[in-house]
Write a protein that binds this ligand. Sequence first.
Ligand code: IVH
Length: 705
Amino acid sequence: MSTADAPVATLTPIEARLELERLASAIARHDHAYHVLAQPVISDAEYDALVRRNAAIEARFPEFVRPDSPSRRIGAAPAEGFRKVRHAVPMLSLDNAFTDEDVREFASRLRRFLGLAADEPVAMVAEPKIDGLSIALRYENGRFVQGATRGDGTEGEDVTANLRTLADLPRTIVGAPRVLEVRGEVYMTKADFLALNARQESAGDRVFANPRNAAAGSLRQLDPRVTATRPLSLFAYALGEVSEPVADSHWHFLDHLRQWGFKVNPLAKLCPDADAVLAFYHQIGNDRAGLAYDIDGVVYKVDRFDWQARLGTKDRSPRWAIAHKFPAEQARTRLKAIHISVGRTGVLTPWAELEPVNVGGVVVSRATLHNEDDIRRKDIRAGDTVVIQRAGDVIPQVVGPVSDQPRGRGEYSIRAALTPPGGDHPVCPACGSHAARAENEAVWRCTGGLVCPAQAKERLIHFASRDAFDIEGLGEKNIEFLWDKEYIRQPADIFRLGEENRVRLQKLENFEGWGKRSVEKLFAAIDARRTVPLERLIYALGIRQVGEATAKRLARHYVSFCHWREAMEAAAAGDDEAYRDLTSIEDIGPSVAADLLAFFAEEHNTTALDKLVAQLRRIDDARAAHTGGSPIAGRAVVFTGTLATMTRQEAKARAEALGAKVVGSVSRKTDYVVAGTDPGSKATEAQKLGVPILTEQQWLDLVKG
Ligand code: IVH
């Protein structure tokens, strides 16, 4: 009998060591045959027997467990999840266009930005917008080394092993730059999706709502062997990090992708102008149902790479591309009841509980009703049969009641719904404080502020959410739990949860669903966020009208937390100059400013902020995070006169991307005036105040350096 057949119980230590070595290499070989070559040489049952034998020997001889043991590779993944990958170049999303008019406007925006004549065509490549999930594929010296999901655009998950199981993925490529990151979409064809669901159903496993979910669920399997059984496809369509230029236009880049062995959507088309892309869109719209895969629109990309570079990017999307969406998908269902939820800013939002219905492939059981006026205008009542619509990722909406069905119970009144039986005024359903609708506002609000648990809870959920502090493991459910246990009431409490509070911690571990490991992981995740970029901190505070884009603008303008804080308090205290400086920031008008200052005027807010900051290790300056020490970061710049190499808009966008503040008029606080030809009064003013005046060339040299 060879060692390979000997019962585990009879193995000597030396035999056990040899046998573990043999099994490790055999299992690795079979993994490769299965995942990479897609040509398994043994059956699943035989494979499982090898894995079990390996585990049994390791159990008897734990001292011989090898560093490359298959049990470590297979067993370790599920508990840990995927490794995080930081994208060298952010993975952006796309702005949307819904009408032909939007697309023409996009085309003229491009022309204006680039300073082209009205009749100069801007060629674009039009490609179907595949409804799957985007991924980044990294090749080094022609070998596929890493694949990652988009995640939040900055950081995704390492799904390399799973991607290796895709037949469409080239594993090696010839003639590519040393570093090449190709981006594309993983998707499932409609036929593969139906067949997979049939298989899942007969095996008693979960079925997927649509091909997109099926693709996402299959790619994010912790065991690559499961992914390997799922029929995933891949189209390549974009470039990420690259060590040297690969093409001068998107159209030529697509040629390279094909040569390298990637699948490129065969419908992609080079269009000379806006008319041509619109013709393509309407054609695809007609053919949509007959395509093998789901698409939700058409993407248009400026063809010339030099123009793409000049156009650059905005907060989360490039200026050189747009997604032209197809109209929303609709369905009919019964509206069972109207409920009211309390948002983090106290807004009371009515929402519809629906008889679950499939809308364009997704099962919907809730929809927003926006506000009182909207309900009244559409005359929506509980009990109605209504039309529901879903536009992309947007929360489903109730379009209105259908007229050919019996109507529901009487007219809906939010005032009546908020007034308890026997009560004489409307109250917040969460805290019982007065509910009121301000004169010129469309919404009802709870007046309970921080005493309202729904608001405070929603604020905490927002605070920990992905785009804010991004505390892993602190989602809605866990915040509710910690809130109900009275462990957290405000952001600072999150950071005090573990500190000096062993008892609480131990108590926590005894609660259901909170194993020792998950508690430890949560504390580690919280600790990891004691260092935070300023813009995230500002966004996390949940101030009304201060979304991500505004938070980013504030952070870039004030650069450091201390500056921002001082400026806000000064403005809130009535300092005119501070107020003018605030409203000079793009998109910050009197209304946003009023909300910001209202936040700082409330003492309980500033106290909560102080307590939070005391818990943090560091708040990163906006300059450091974004501009890598650019010489113009934080500087106030005025452009005047006609520039020769770029449009004013382009100059402004570039300066802001490097952290400068571009302002409209010259004052003592201006750092530079950049003067083109015919500069006019601003240059004179600068001279008078002694502000440095740069020529366009001097400016270009400065920002280049
Ligand atoms: S280009 C910087 N091309 O749409 C632009 N995206 O809303 C990068 N998508 O996250 C994207 N088909 O998942 C591009 N032909 C296509 C696409 C496409 C689908 C998805 C992609 C992206 C999302 C943006």
